[in-house]
Design a protein around this ligand. Sequence first.
Ligand code: UT7
Length: 393
Amino acid sequence: MKYAHIVGWGSYLPEKILTNNDLARMVETSDEWIYTRTGIKERHIAGERETTATLAFEAAARALAVADLHPSQVELIIVATSTPEYIFPSTACRVQDYLGAARAGAFDLSAACSGFVYGLSMAANAIATGSVRNALVVGAETLSRVIDWQDRGTCILFGDGAGAVVLKGMSVPGGVLASTLRSDGSGGELLTLPAVYHNPVPMLGPEYLLQNGHKKNTIHMNGRQVFRFATKVVADAIEEVVHKAGLTLNDIDLIVPHQANVRIIESASKRLKIPMEKFFLNVDRAGNTSAASIPVALCDAVAANRLKPNDNVVFVGFGGGLTWGAAVVKWAVTPPEVSLLDREWKRARYIAARTRSRMRKWGRRVGAWLGGSPTPEARLKDANRPRRRKRRQ
Ligand code: UT7
């Protein structure tokens, strides 16, 4: 039995910032309303050339640098996201390719804002059972691409970003001590992001959504009901997971919650009688980045020296599905010093990985051409060519 320790962490927020005042010029809202109701001041928005996979790659590369793990040693990559570029190939496979992680299995995980906790739990179990020795767990989103920018009830909340951790199996007790994962599909309609618009499921299908004033392929939320759900499950999940780990609330040094709304955290703090200082918050600067919010906040907590070896930290997530979950981690590492030279050297690996990936793509094309199969372009041209009808004999 191995203990799954967090040995690396990294985050990436796009350069472009959208402030509350910027939003007040787009919809009927104000900085004061947004800040007092949510605690958010600004959020980051992905640039034109950025995608969920590129954000995830940046966070993953940083996490691997901290863990001092070569990409070729990574055995499992889980990307929790609600905004993949494709249903397939998965964003995780693109990250695997960008990293040059040639020996890793990779898949996306869909559990909305709880995705990172779900991924952490899956990866820790895979390590504990000996199925893999290490894993990269990433939460990454480009929510700005699926927001209805005219809906002031949602567009003020969300932002883009990515966060990642490296888990490694060690014989030293600690790491992920316990996790709890929950869902309640009966509340699915409270928070939706339709993927395929000819979905025949009556409850969440296009007719239902469009009749209720929804737009295609954007996030729709019943804010008040999600808020009510969140205030209950955050407190319950923390209590449950702490108990499962054989600890008490007094043993917890830091709680890194999903960064959705300060008022949700304040409510959990009151219910559990845990002071707000024990909750780490960065929602003011990043907004709600869904699956990315917990690992991004974790990185900020480490940077702010809020974690030291042997601290017990709780991660708690909640969101669409409905889903929720929590994990307790015994923190074991102090951040290593990574020199600039070392960082640049490590980045050079990824340029080499992309070159290798391109060469493999070209190799496939040449192989197909030599074998007589048409290139994808020729196949497309052929498919679009008007065909003559065969004469009936
Ligand atoms: O990560 C996934 C999980 N998601 C969440 O956790 C989100 C949970 N929900 C929330 O955080 C809150 O429900 C919101 C921040 C979305 C909304 O806050 P609220 O205090 O629940 O506001 P409300 O929806 O009850 O609306 C109160 C009023 C309404 O006006 P009336 O009907 O009282 O006249 C809204 O139309 O505020 C109005 N309103 C706004 N006003 C200015 C709603 N959005 C805005 C806005 N600016 N952006």
